[in-house]
Write a protein that binds this ligand. Structure first.
Ligand code: ADP
Length: 656
């Protein structure tokens, strides 16, 4: 159905020749040249994949996997779920006839766990590899190894819009590199500068100007996330001069029909407000103008909460180039950047690969489950930093997922089946045993969400709130009570303000808890809401945060010693008074004049007896000597971490 000949057609013969001569190829071509939609079809139509075997096309984004499948099905005059299908988390459409399947990168890892040989697969296409998502990096390593070990017949094509293809080809044993030139019209880039107004207001103003200036063509606006997109859409709809335009959002959280609406053609001019899904993953035809907020939500390790979170960050120069490129596919275009040229020059040339930004605990757990024993020897495309690998291994050991030799335990196996950070998987598995899943779901949502309790300036009010929330053995119990109060009042704003409760955060916690409960339910856990069993919840928090166990150094102050030999200070606003032993769910490292202070918050008092009950080997002298290839660089005496801490005497003295 493609009306014009796509540039990728120039590579058809070379692609077929390369994959007849060998089993790997690297393809580089600009966005919109037809890689995602045409290459999978070429593999089938050129007879490169034997009958009965599938082509798996890996996509970093769910939205792109679904939309590409629909497009390719359409091009082949097939119905979705017949010859062409897709499989993403929470949604799958494919059948016994399916030969081309678009899947997200995480799904490939799951497929490999159940069928390590990938028997039904004839070819794997890595699309958008330049994005360097963690799962793509892992996937390419695992497929390379599978080809070398037992599936030399399995074909692999790695496609990229920008990446240094030389490095990729070298990693794949010097396989051929095929390049197609895209057609590109000139694009005028202008810097609109920053400003006082919100990013959506500025975007709407610039869009109005752009629509006036461009004689025809549609406009694409880049925003970091769903919230900013919604605000921008509202702003655009209220902007004079844009009333004639159809304004459409595009992001992964929208229902499929709305996503489809954004790429459809209209008689009037169209303004699409999208996340970076429109940067290289999806091509929207007819765009002549781009307005770029210059921001994106990126996954990054949040040391504060000890998990990965999505943070809004400035995009790199390379990303900004890609985004500008969307304006020049069909005719000369204009790109307006909502920042200054000077600032642009200070931006990093390209994004850091995800493997260098995120916490690896979940990944390491998956790899251990897939049977990789020594992760230093995993064939990484780009190895993670040693210290982040070590941190992940230590944490998994602390959580009981790995034994002293670094092998997966039964607990680790169960944790790996939980689609969440291992720390939270451990929390929920403990809660199932102790019968407090519902409360733990709320606690998990509160821990990952925004601050629920706001400081109250008025002293009397503050004391009133403290009295109301009562004495407690966990900061989470304060939060639970405050949240319960707000919930009872249906998050009434006046009520929340009066008690210094952040109404929005309370509402979000309800949503977050709901999500956790759905995941827990899918794992067969009991999620009914019963009375709060404080001891059960405290025990769960110990098991999930044992790596952040702290002991008060002296009664009068907030100073404490932590496991793994660190020192810290409990935050003044903690509700814990004199608890000698506690776990902290939040840790902040704050640097002042070269000195790093570790601040602990969201604390929960722990009973020393529980430590001996759950970690008996920690108190056993004979456990100090062992040899462990994975941990040898980490810490040799870590098995005695709790004993050292608990038995250390002398108020204010160093624990060792
Ligand atoms: P690449 O992977 O190189 O970025 P694609 O294969 O995604 O290129 O797109 C090739 C062409 O197919 C695009 O230029 C666009 O015109 C068209 N196209 C792709 N997906 C869709 C879709 N969902 N709806 C309409 N047109 C599409």
């Amino acid at each position: 159905m493609a009306t014009t000949r796509l540039p990728i057609e120039d590579l058809r013969a070379d692609l077929a020749a390369a994959l007849r001569a060998g089993n790997r190829v690297v393809l580089s071509a600009p966005t919109g040249s037809g890689k995602s939609t045409q290459v999978p079809q070429m593999l089938i139509d050129e007879g490169l994949v034997p009958a009965g075997k599938e082509v798996i096309v890996l996509q970093p984004r769910r939205l792109a996997a679904r939309m590409l499948a629909r497009r390719v099905a359409e091009e082949r005059g097939a119905t979705l779920g017949g010859e062409v299908g897709f499989h993403i988390r929470f949604d799958r459409v494919f059948g016994p006839q399916t030969r081309i399947k678009f899947v997200t990168e995480g799904i490939l890892l799951r497929m490999m766990l159940t069928d390590p040989e990938l028997k039904g697969v004839g070819a794997i296409v890595f699309d958008e590899f330049h994005e360097r998502h963690l799962h793509g990096d892992l996937g390419i390593a695992m497929i390379r190894q599978l080809q070398e070990k037992s599936r030399p017949d399995l074909l692999m094509a790695v496609m990229s819009a920008t990446l240094e293809t030389g490095q990729l080809s070298a990693y794949l044993g010097g396989c051929p590199i095929l390049k197609a030139e895209g057609r590109m019209f000139p694009i005028e880039v202008r810097y609109a500068g920053a400003g006082e107004a919100s990013v959506w207001e500025r975007a709407a103003q610039q869009t109005a100007k752009l629509v006036q200036e461009l004689p025809e063509g549609d406009v694409l606006i880049f925003m970091p996330g769903a919230y900013e997109i919604r605000r921008t859409v509202e702003e655009l709809q209220a902007t004079r001069g844009l009333r004639e335009c159809v304004v459409l959002p595009l992001h992964g959280e929208l229902p499929p029909t709305e996503q489809d609406a954004a790429v459809a053609r209209y008689d009037t001019r169209k303004i699409v407000v999208a996340t970076n899904v429109a940067e290289t993953s999806l091509t929207i035809d007819g765009i002549r103008g781009v307005v770029d907020a210059g921001l994106a939500r990126v996954a990054r390790f949040d040391p504060h909460r000890g998990i990965n979170t999505l943070l809004i960050e400035k995009i790199s120069q390379a990303s900004a180039e890609q985004r500008a490129g969307r304006a020049g596919r069909t005719a000369p275009g204009i790109c307006l950047r909502l920042w200054t040229q000077k600032e642009h020059e200070h931006r990093p040339p390209r994004e850091l690969a995800e493997i260098r930004r995120v916490d690896l605990a979940e990944t390491v757990l998956t790899l251990k489950l897939a049977g990789y024993a020594e992760l230093e020897h995993f064939p990484w495309f780009e190895p993670p930093e040693e210290k982040s690998l070590a941190r992940a291994l230590t944490l998994l050991h602390d959580l009981g997922a790995l034994d002293a030799a670094g092998a997966l335990t039964e607990m680790g196996r169960r944790m790996a089946s939980f689609p969440m950070h291992p720390r939270y998987a451990r929390l929920f598995l403990a809660a199932q045993e102790l019968g407090c899943v519902w409360h733990v779901a709320v606690i998990a949502a509160l821990a990952q969400g925004r601050n629920l309790l706001m400081p109250i300036d008025n002293k009397r009010r503050r004391e009133e709130r403290e009295d109301l929330l009562g004495d407690t053995a966990s900061d989470f119990f304060h939060l639970l009570r405050a949240w319960g109060m707000a919930r009872k009042q249906n998050y009434n704003m006046g009520f929340c303000r009066q008690w210094g409760i952040h109404g929005g955060a309370a509402r979000e916690a309800e949503r977050g808890a709901g999500q956790f409960l759905r995941l827990a339910q899918a794992q067969g856990l009991d999620t009914g809401e019963g009375p709060l069993d404080e001891e059960a919840v405290r025990r769960c928090l110990l098991l999930a945060f044992s790596d952040q166990l702290a002991k008060r150094l002296d009664r009068g102050t907030l100073r404490c010693a932590l496991v793994h030999g660190r020192k810290g200070e409990l935050r003044r606003h903690s509700a814990l008074r004199d608890a000698p032993l506690f776990v902290a769910a939040e840790i902040d490292e704050i640097e002042t004049r070269g000195d790093v202070t570790v601040y602990l918050s969201l604390a929960t008092e722990i009973d020393e007896v529980w430590l001996k009950e759950y970690f008996p080997e920690d108190f056993n002298d004979s456990s100090e000597t062992f040899y462990d290839p994975d941990f040898k660089r980490v810490e040799c005496r870590r098995l005695t971490r709790f004993r050292d801490l608990v038995l250390a005497s002398g108020e204010g003295d160093d624990p060792d």
